[in-house]
Design a protein around this ligand. Structure first.
Ligand code: ME8
Length: 510
């Protein structure tokens, strides 16, 4: 962003069941974006965490014979561990059971109550506990099933506290009209705008029958509706993520909030209205990505149609999963996860194209030049131009949140370098002392091109990119995107090959 800082969030995940590839997907995409912005030299704050209150969590805990607190502690730890395994560089992991968060939620709600935006009323409607949401009758599937979870809804009727959501219709529409790109992609923008246009009902923001939640400060018999509690995490986290430092001034509002389309309405309608009511600046952009599907259906904890990410990561390494998801699932569209597709990209692209390229470059420099990259003789302007084009294309696509295309831009460079090996045939050049200059040029260009590609790929495959840099005798921490410029690396570096990058999985198992 123009002001040099970048605040990025994922949804906070429910602690009702183990994480699956769908959650991994959002966190990985967020991490790619966070790393890319750090590469640009921006001051990044990346937030993720867990959503721990409400009927959904209480019920799942009961089913498992645990208290809600035990359930939340256990599953929140699983989500936190997933973040570690994913190599996610989030700056904080918020839990909505953090005392600081709970206190701040109460204070925001009290302010809305004091300003007249919250009033007492009664409400009856069809409720889906898995969605933690009411659905109007026409939206239900035949047999009174939740349109998202396809499970029975129940009639819930009680006296609650209500937020005057309907009063924000005009201001929300004005915000949409003044900020055409604020929800991406365009189809989701239109969808959210339509929801507002069709009219908004006031929102019940407390529950009389749910004990597991934050008490309504002026009416402790009720707890705060879990979605209100959850949405506020994006704001409360900044108050206590770094002890002694209030980061609201530094980072508010979020530059980018990621999520899938299941929670569009909460983020694109209710959240901005809440912020308007509280007199707070709205997020700058919401990016609504598609679903990771399995067998044509959304992966979902509630339906149990899930892929566990941990075994894939153990078998192929985390970078393979990051790369696969970034390339396979076009950001903003649905994509299908298959073990076969995963394996094909792993062996065809990561092992055969990238891993092999590194192998060949390092071993040829070892064989023909004693392991030292030759100084640049200055004759490969076309390769240099391809590197510059890849860097520009990748940065432009990342800025437009087209992560798949950004990776494709760099991959074309990887393929171009593989072709360069074949075209120049260093093994032939090496036989003819008169062509030593050509050989120097080729080996320099390959090492330099690969160094630049590694820097561009670093947000996607950080560990592997760092290993490539180290193998090329470069500083593995030198990942700033400016360093991808031709000739910006350390000159006459000494190469060395550590372990095989992306080894054959069969070999591993043997
Ligand atoms: O909705 N494909 O939590 P949640 C892609 N606690 N992304 C997926 C996915 C899939 N198959 N399945 C899940 C909640 N996700 C609330 C959020 S935020 C204030 C509160 C990702 O555990 C995606 O980001 O159901 C989706 O929006 C989110 O997980 C839902 O996670």
């Amino acid at each position: 962003m123009a002001d040099g800082r970048f605040y990025l969030t994922t949804p906070i995940y429910y602690v009702n069941a183990d994480p699956h590839i769908g959650h991994a997907y959002t966190t990985i995409m967020a991490d790619i974006i966070a790393r890319h912005h750090r590469q640009l030299g921006e001051d990044v704050f990346f937030l993720t965490g867990t959503d721990e209150h409400g009927a959904k969590i209480a019920t799942s805990a009961e089913r498992e014979g645990r208290t809600p607190r035990e359930q939340a502690d256990m599953l929140s730890a699983r989500f936190r561990a997933l973040g570690g395994v994913l190599d996610a560089t989030n700056d904080f992991f918020i839990r909505t059971t953090d005392a600081e968060h709970e206190a701040e939620v109460q204070s925001v709600l009290s302010a809305l109550h004091d300003s007249g935006d919250i009033y007492k009323g009664s409400y009856g409607g069809w409720y889906c506990a898995a969605s933690e949401a009411f659905y109007p009758e026409p939206e239900l599937l035949p047999g009174r099933l939740c349109p998202v979870h396809k499970t029975p809804v129940e009639w819930v009727e009680e006296e609650n506290w209500f937020f005057r959501l309907s009063a924000y219709r005009e201001r929300l529409l004005a915000h949409y009209d003044a900020n055409p790109g604020w929800v991406l992609p365009q189809a989701r923008f239109n969808e959210a705008r339509r929801m507002i246009e069709l009219g908004l009902e006031d929102l019940s923001v407390s529950r009389a029958q749910v004990e597991w939640g934050v008490p309504v400060p002026w009416d402790p018999e009720q707890t705060i509706y879990v979605w209100i509690d959850a949405l506020l995490n994006y704001r409360t986290a900044l108050g206590y993520a770094r002890p002694g430092e209030d980061m609201v001034e530094r980072y508010w509002p979020p530059d980018l909030q990621l999520m899938a389309k299941d929670i569009l309405k909460f983020h694109a309608v209710i959240w901005p209205a809440m912020l308007m009511a509280a007199g707070l600046e709205l997020p700058r952009r919401l990016m609504i990505h598609g679903y990771v599907l399995k067998g044509g259906e959304k992966m979902s904890k509630t339906t149990g149609n899930v892929v566990d990410p941990f075994p894939f990561i153990e078998r192929y390494g985390i970078d393979a999963l990051r790369y696969y998801l970034a390339r396979e699932v076009r950001f903003g569209e649905d994509g299908t996860f298959t073990a076969e597709g995963f394996d094909a990209r792993y062996s065809g692209e990561l092992a055969n194209e990238l891993g092999n390229l590194l192998n060949r470059v390092v071993s040829m420099i070892g064989r023909y030049r004693g392991g030292v990259v030759p100084a640049d003789p200055g004759g490969d302007a076309d390769v240099a131009a391809d590197v510059a084009a890849a860097a520009e294309g990748c940065a432009a696509n990342f800025a437009a949140l087209d992560l798949s295309r950004g990776v494709e831009d760099v991959w074309r460079l990887v393929q171009r370098l593989n072709r360069l090996v074949e075209q120049r045939a260093p093994w032939t050049l090496a036989k003819d002392p008169a062509r030593a200059g050509e050989l120097d040029q080729t080996l320099f260009s390959l090492a330099e091109g690969l160094r630049a590609a590694a820097i561009m790929l670093w947000p996607v495959i950080p560990g592997s990119a760092e290993r490539i840099l180290a193998s090329l005798g470069q500083d593995p921490a030198a990942t700033a995107l400016a360093g991808a410029a031709w000739g910006a690396g350390a000159a006459e570096a000494t190469v060395s090959l550590a372990d095989q990058l992306f080894p054959r999985v069969e070999e591993e198992a043997a």
